[in-house]
Design a protein. Sequence first.
Length: 363
Amino acid sequence: MAVFPPMRCVPAPPLSHLPGSLSAEPGAEERAAIEAVRHLGRRFPNARLREVPLVRAAELDGRADPSGSTRVWLALEALQVTGSFQVRGALVAVEAASRTHRRVIAPSVGNHGIAVAYAAFVLGVAATIVVPNHIARTKREKIERYGAELIVASSERYESALAIAKQLAEEQGESAALIVAGQDVGNILGNGSSLGFEIVRGLGGVPERALAPFCDGGLATGLAWALRAELVGEADRGVWGVQSEAHCTMAASLECGRAVTASDAPAPTLAEELREGVSTAAFERAREAIAGVCIVSEAQIAAAMGYAYGDMGLVLEGSAALALAPVLFGLPEGLRGGDMVVVLTGRNIDPDRLDGVLARIRA
């Protein structure tokens, strides 16, 4: 493994410094919504959801923490039925939409689109997925495999796909529902909170910390909500988001105290699912829920993809592998100690792209 500079982490402000309701005890409606995702597989028996495999990775303990006080666990959501965690929130969102709409429309850079297409197929709803033109061939094929209409925007920008999806939803009026990843609370609870409850069941308790990829914050926020619910009101927040230095908009948002959107000219990244900016609503939710954000380099993401494939036999796309980087290259002292769960979120990468990454790190 190459030697890299110490990792930079940006903490969230203390809860006592923030306004808003999420830091308070949830009301009856919020508790009911959280409880509704506690056993998501039972709620959607035909979806073939996998209870997340939680694997002890003792060989990573020393890499993560030379003092030996940290126990590393891997939550293998990359083995989920659609190849990523996104199917969880998609089932919740599509089910809600199906009560009043005949079609769902979703903008996506890949995994959210696959998830919505699959959920629509399972629940008997028509689906239209709008994607930018750069998404992986593997992801396009999966979207079409589940019977969804696929629209490819002329631009590589997610914002172009979002604009088209919004226009389609407006044109179709009450017959279609727009499902945007990370913006609907039900989607956040499905994606992150259902996973959090499964981690607690698998571990037999609440981990001291968890690492999860961060884009719009839906996964990390929902995960933090579930762990907080299991802690019965304790204030400790142990969920850290992980971003690439090429697109660390949440870290920048925490530093300046307001939501930072994506740049006008987004840099290339192996974590292509994480190129979006963070909306104001998503930022407000996340900064009240998570402990902070760790920033990793593109070289570290590539090395993590190589380690996962060569040492663990796991195919991980860059957006999943970046969460592994902090434990591979040494956790900052503030993140050490106790059980650390690393959420490995997806495997939907074109084989030739993975081969290219592996060839570069071997050179």
